[in-house]
Design a protein around this ligand. Structure first.
Ligand code: ATP
Ligand code: MG
Length: 440
């Protein structure tokens, strides 16, 4: 058994990113896991990996303190170590500098080797990788993906805050369905049945009464019946709602939000983007807009037989996405195909003021003008087979004057699939949840 050291009063002074020839002669303390040990005659090269990259520790027999020479004999890869030493510039080390150690602490050992290499080679399927996700996340590719996710989420918040939207958090345990019952997860709430929120829809609409422009970035839950590459049971939704505007205005906000996020990722994530071997294309504004009926016409010409009123199937959208691979909106959906809170057109109530934002064949956002009349909302609930009584807590607010409003929900995980060009949503979600997966 290897005797371990305590972290004690040691603290990291530099990460691998800080190390460079300009710090020649400086005392540093670095920490990380040993990704390789190479013994070459009297010299041992220890490669230390931390969150930012790698640093080389060079141990020379005869020069290094006896204690260090003893300890490095006990080292295996994946051991967690802390090294105190002096930086020495050398062209042969990764960052143009190596660490000549003066003291070392072995903070923990690894008793198992990962079932696949962190640095490349053949990978097992995604399920095997997800089983040990946090270890898998030491690989450069997923690290790049989550670096991008961090920057994208920050860019979204930045854009919306800068444009006068207030960030809010609404409850995730709710009393009744927002969009109908099928995809709800029931939970036991004390002695009552409650549900995990499918969307912050009704809360964000209510909040337009007081804050007018709001957004939320938070989890939503869907008991999706089938397991696909683009559906999870828990996702992060970027929800926006605004008073005194229509769907046309929020479509413009949404496309600017998408544009700003992509631009920010392209500007701030050059290394991560390079690691993924992709190019972030900044789309031109405005995005193309097709009405639902126009999409049907184009599909009919391509041999698809979807009838007016039917939902656009995955196969039909695959076809359409092949013709129009970029970002585009589909607007003016049949009212019956959209949730009860979407506003039907006044002069043509069978069509609604609703839109989806698509990236090729993938839906990334849905939105629309909302119904702001209590009478109409009650009627729409009934038409969709929902009981107005169940929505009493929501409907009664409309008695106090609800401004006209519009908004959208943008799935962050789907958006990340588009940004990183990943086919499987599980690659861009840290700990995905689906029918078959509830751990880790
Ligand atoms: P789909 O038809 O693709 O199942 P939806 O129309 O049911 O999606 P909405 O209720 O419109 O989804 O939700 C708004 C956005 O949230 C979607 O455009 C998508 O980006 C995201 N989203 C919804 N459900 C899921 C899910 N199960 N997994 C991943 N993202 C989802
Ligand atoms: Mg939708």
């Amino acid at each position: 058994m290897v005797k371990l050291d305590e972290l004690g009063d040691w603290r990291r002074t530099h990460t691998s990113l800080d190390i460079g020839p300009e710090l020649d002669g400086q005392e540093v303390t670095v920490m990380g896991w040993v990704s390789s040990i190479r013994r070459q005659g009297g010299i041992t090269f220890l490669i230390l990996q931390d969150k930012d990259g790698v640093a080389q520790v060079t141990i020379i027999k005869g020069k290094a303190p006896e204690k260090i020479l003893k300890r490095i004999d006990e080292l295996t890869t994946h051991t967690i170590v802390a090294v105190k030493g002096k930086l020495k510039s050398t062209e042969k080390a990764p960052q143009g500098a190596e660490i000549i150690p003066e003291d070392i602490r072995l903070l923990n050992t690894a008793t198992r080797n990962p079932p696949f290499s962190i640095f490349g080679g053949k990978l097992p399927n995604i399920d095997k990788r997800l089983d040990i996700r946090s270890l898998e996340l030491r690989r450069p590719k997923p690290r790049a993906i989550f670096k991008i996710r961090h920057v994208a989420a920050a860019a979204v918040r930045e854009f919306l805050s800068n444009n006068g939207y207030l960030e809010v958090q609404t409850p995730k345990i709710i009393a009744s369905a927002t969009e109908g019952g099928a995809s709800l997860f029931p939970v036991l709430y004390y002695d009552k049945e409650a549900f995990l929120a499918q969307s912050p829809q009704l809360y964000k609409e209510q909040l337009t009464m007081c804050f007018e422009k709001i957004f939320e970035v938070g989890p939503v839950f869907r008991a999706e019946p089938s397991r696909t590459l683009r559906h999870l049971a828990e996702i992060i939704s970027i929800d926006v709602e605004e008073a005194y505007v229509s769907y046309l205005d929020v479509m413009s906000t949404l496309e600017q939000l998408v544009h700003h996020t992509l631009k920010t990722v392209a500007d701030r994530c050059t290394d991560a983007v390079k690691e993924l071997g992709i190019e972030v294309k900044i789309p031109r504004l405005p995005f193309k807009r097709y009405t639902y009926s126009e999409v049907l016409d184009i599909l009919h010409d391509a041999g698809d037989k979807t009838a007016w009123g039917e939902d656009l199937s995955t196969a039909a959208m695959k076809k359409f996405g092949d013709i129009y691979p970029g970002f585009y909106f589909i607007t003016d959906w049949p009212t019956a195909s959209k949730p009860f809170y979407i506003k039907p057109k006044t002069d043509k109530p069978e069509i609604s003021e609703a839109f989806d934002l698509m990236a090729g064949s993938l839906e990334i956002s849905s939105g629309g003008t909302r119904v702001s009349s209590k009478r109409l909302l009650t009627k729409r609930l009934k038409e969709q087979g929902l009981k107005p009584r169940m929505f009493e807590y929501h409907l009664k607010l409309f008695d106090y004057g609800m401004p006209p409003h519009a908004g959208f929900g943008l799935g962050l995980d789907r958006f990340m699939m588009v940004i990183t060009q990943e086919e499987n949503i599980r690659e861009v979600t840290l700990f995905p949840r689906d029918r078959l997966r509830l751990t880790p």
